[in-house]
Design a protein around this ligand. Structure first.
Ligand SMILES: [Zn+2]
Length: 79
């Protein structure tokens, strides 16, 4: 599903919008989608609970943790 940056069909503000599942001719922003009275009966709301920013993928968290753990172990052994 694509995200467009257009005018919301409901509130007419410029927000990222998605195509409404119930009304395919409408493009709704996340706010109007979440506040939509028809949302409860909507099989596939255009916007799910994705308000939180997407965390940066990757970053080698597991590897870094392994290294840190081995370091701590060594330090603890000499303590
Ligand atoms: Zn809107």
């Amino acid at each position: 599903m694509s995200i467009y940056w257009e005018k919301c069909s409901t509130c007419w503000r410029h927000h990222p919008v998605r195509q409404c599942w119930l009304h395919p001719e409408d493009m709704v922003c996340v706010y109007c989608c979440l506040a939509c009275p028809e949302r409860r009966g909507c099989p596939r709301p255009a916007w799910l609970r994705e308000l939180k920013p997407v965390e940066a993928a990757g970053g080698g968290g597991a590897e870094a943790k392994k290294v840190l753990e081995s370091l701590l172990e060594r330090l603890g052994g000499e303590g």
